[in-house]
Ligand binder design. Structure first.
Ligand SMILES: *Cc1c(COP(=O)(O)O)cnc(C)c1O
Length: 547
C-alpha cells in the first residue's frame, strides 16, 4: 500500500504535509516522474492519444465552474490529468508535427526546470533572486554579444552595471517588441527644459511640446500582429502602424518605405521607429536590414529588428550573414522559446546602447530602489520566473557550435523539402525557404497546366477551388493525427496577388527525417485524390480549360 501525503479531508495537518513531505516512492506521480525522466518521447507517445476529439467534447471535462469543496489525493488527481488533459494535448515534439514554431525540447530541460521551480526565485528584485540576477544579466550579455559583437571590455563595463541595461528578459516576442517600442517612444519624446517627458506628461502634452501632428511606426505588411497590440498600448493607435509593401519574396520594399516616410513627414507625423523583420512568421523571409538601418539613421528613427523567430540563426557562422546589418539595430527581439529550444515563456529584447532603457526606468521605495541592481526597474513585467537559467544551461550544454548544427540542419532540411516538392508534378512550391520555413500546395499536374493557359476568370475560379482543397486536406491530415502542417493565406506575386491558401511547414525538429517529409506529401496526395466532390469540380474545370 502506498501512503498518500495528503489525506482526502481538509485539516491543517494534512495541508502542512503537502508543503513538507516529498511524494512517496511508488505512488502514481512518482511512477510518472520516473517515466518522464527515463524516456520523455515514449512518455508523450504513450499518453497523448492520436485520435482527434472535437473541442466541444473536451470542453465537457472542463465545464465545472465551482471550486471543489472537497480535496482529492494527489495520485487520483494525477490520473485525472492524464485522462482529460495530457491525453488530449498536442504532441508538439513529434517529428511529424512540422506545422508550427513550437517543437521538441532537449530532455535535460525537464529536470532542470524542476530545480528552477523548486527555487521559486522572483527576478523582479535581488532580495528574491540573488544569484539569478547576475545570471540573467549574463544571458542578456551573451545574446547582446551574439548580435552586436562588442569587445570584452564593453561587457565587463556594462553587463552588471546597476544604472545600465543591455536588454530585458520576458515571456516572449510580444512583450519584447512592446518593450523595444516603449523605449523608442519615450526616447523620441524625452524631457527637455520645458517638458517633463512623455512618461510623466503623457502623449497629448508631448505632441504639443514637440509640435507633431502624430506619431508612426513603420513595418512591412508581413509584420507580426504583436506590433498592432504595441501601437494600441503605446497610445498611438493601430492606424499609426504604417504598413510598407513587400516584394515577391515577402521582404520590405525600400522604395515604398522611402515613399511612406516622406508622406508622413509631409503631414508632420513623426515616424519614431522603423522595424525590420528577420524571419517573417508566415514564410521566414528576412528584410534588407542594412538598408533599413541606413534609412533609420538618416531619419533619426529608432531601428528595431523583430528577430523573434530568425534571431537564433546568428548562432550559425554559416548562415549569420543572412541577417547582415543586424548589428546596426538599436534593438532586437529574440525568442528563446522558438529556435533556441527553450520551453514556452522565454523572450528577450536587446539594446545596442546600454543607456537606452533608462527611458523606461521605474523606481519604487520598497523594491527597485535607485542604484539597486534590481532587474524589475527596467522590465515591463513585474514578478518573473528564473527562466533565464534554462537559456544559460542550454548555452553551456549545447554550446554555440551545437546550435550551429541545429540551425544548419534545419535550413538544409527545408532546402531538401523544397527540392522534393519541386520534383513532384502535382505539388507547387509557393515560397522558397530562406530559413527553415516554406509554403506549398497540392495542384494536380493537369490542373497546373490548365492554370498556365486559363483566362483571368478561370484562374480565379480554379484558385478558389484549390484553396478549398488545401483547407480540406490540412484539416483532414490534422484529424488523422499522423502528421501536422499548418496553413495560411498568402498573396503570391506569381499569382497576381490572388488570395492563395497554402500549407506552411516549419522544420525545426531535428528528429524529422526525409522519410517523414515524403510521407507527408504522400498523405496529402492521397487525401486530395479522395476528396470527392472537391476534386471532381477541379478536374471538370481543368478539362474545360484544356479542351
Ligand atoms: C513569434 C513571433 C512574435 C511573437 O512572439 P511571442 O513569443 O509569440 O509573443 C513576434 N514576431 C515574430 C516575427 C515572431 O515570429
Amino acid at each position: 500500500m502506498v501512503t498518500e501525503n495528503k489525506t482526502a479531508d481538509v485539516s491543517f495537518e494534512s495541508l502542512l504535509r503537502i508543503f513538507t513531505i516529498p511524494e512517496a516512492p511508488g505512488s502514481a506521480l512518482s511512477r510518472i516522474e520516473a517515466k518522464l525522466s527515463q524516456n520523455l518521447n515514449e512518455f508523450l507517445r504513450e499518453h497523448i492519444v492520436a485520435e482527434e476529439k472535437p473541442l466541444r467534447e473536451i470542453e465537457k471535462d472542463f465545464s465545472e465552474a465551482a471550486i471543489p469543496e472537497s480535496p482529492v489525493f494527489v495520485s487520483d488527481h494525477t490520473q485525472h490529468l492524464l485522462d482529460t488533459l495530457v491525453s488530449h494535448s498536442v504532441h508538439t515534439s513529434a517529428p511529424s508535427f512540422i506545422g508550427h514554431m513550437t517543437s521538441a525540447l532537449p530532455y535535460f530541460l525537464m529536470p532542470l526546470s524542476k530545480i528552477m521551480i523548486a527555487l521559486n526565485q522572483n527576478l523582479v528584485k535581488i532580495e528574491t533572486s540573488k544569484a539569478f540576477t547576475p545570471l540573467e544579466r549574463q544571458v542578456l550579455g551573451m545574446l547582446h554579444r551574439l548580435i552586436y559583437q562588442q569587445d570584452e571590455a564593453f561587457y565587463s563595463k556594462w553587463m552588471h552595471s546597476a544604472k545600465h541595461s543591455l536588454g530585458a528578459f520576458c515571456s516572449g516576442g510580444t512583450i519584447a517588441n512592446i518593450t523595444a517600442l516603449w523605449v523608442a517612444r519615450n526616447n523620441a519624446l524625452k524631457a527637455t527644459d520645458s517638458f517633463n517627458g512623455v512618461e510623466n506628461e503623457g502623449l497629448y502634452s508631448a505632441m504639443k511640446h514637440y509640435g507633431y501632428e502624430g506619431l508612426a511606426i513603420l513595418v512591412s505588411d508581413r509584420g507580426h500582429y504583436s506590433l498592432k497590440k504595441t501601437a494600441n498600448i503605446l497610445g498611438i493607435g493601430q492606424d499609426s502602424l504604417i504598413s510598407v509593401k513587400t516584394d515577391k519574396n515577402s521582404r520590405l520594399c525600400i522604395h515604398d518605405l522611402e515613399e511612406k516616410i516622406s508622406q508622413l513627414k509631409h503631414k508632420n507625423i513623426k515616424p519614431f521607429a522603423i522595424i525590420g523583420v528577420a524571419g517573417t512568421t508566415e514564410t521566414g523571409n528576412i528584410d534588407p536590414i542594412r538598408k533599413i538601418a541606413e534609412i533609420s539613421q538618416r531619419e533619426g528613427c529608432h531601428f528595431h529588428v523583430d528577430a523573434a523567430w530568425g534571431g537564433a540563426t546568428l548562432m550559425s557562422n554559416n548562415h549569420r550573414g543572412l541577417l547582415d546589418g543586424i548589428e546596426l539595430a538599436d534593438s532586437v527581439t529574440i525568442d528563446a522559446h522558438k529556435q533556441l529550444y527553450i520551453p514556452m515563456g522565454a523572450g528577450m529584447v536587446l539594446f545596442k546602447n546600454p543607456n537606452d532603457m533608462a527611458a523606461i526606468e521605474h523606481h519604487a521605495e520598497y523594491i527597485l530602489r535607485k542604484g539597486s541592481k534590481d532587474l524589475g526597474s527596467h522590465t515591463l513585467e513585474g514578478s518573473r520566473s528564473g527562466m533565464a537559467m534554462l537559456v544559460y544551461s542550454s548555452m553551456h550544454i549545447i554550446s554555440r557550435p551545437g546550435y550551429e548544427l541545429l540551425i544548419d540542419q534545419s535550413i538544409d532540411k527545408a532546402k531538401y523539402f523544397a527540392e522534393l516538392i519541386n520534383e513532384q508534378t502535382d505539388f507547387e512550391l509557393i515560397s522558397e525557404p530562406e530559413l527553415c520555413l516554406l509554403t506549398y500546395r497540392y495542384v494536380p499536374a493537369l490542373t497546373a497546366k490548365a492554370l498556365q493557359v486559363a483566362d483571368n476568370d478561370q484562374k480565379k475560379k480554379l484558385h478558389r477551388l484549390l484553396n478549398g482543397l488545401t483547407k480540406y486536406v490540412q484539416k483532414r491530415q490534422r484529424e488523422e493525427g499522423k502528421s501536422f502542417v499548418s496553413r495560411t493565406q498568402l498573396n503570391p506575386h506569381k499569382w497576381d496577388k490572388m488570395n492563395t491558401i497554402v500549407f506552411r511547414v516549419v522544420l525545426a525538429n531535428p528528429l524529422t527525417t526525409k522519410e517523414i517529409l515524403q510521407s507527408v506529401l504522400d498523405e496529402q496526395r492521397e487525401i486530395s485524390n479522395n476528396s470527392g466532390s472537391l476534386m471532381k469540380e477541379i478536374t471538370k474545370l481543368t478539362h474545360l480549360i484544356l479542351k
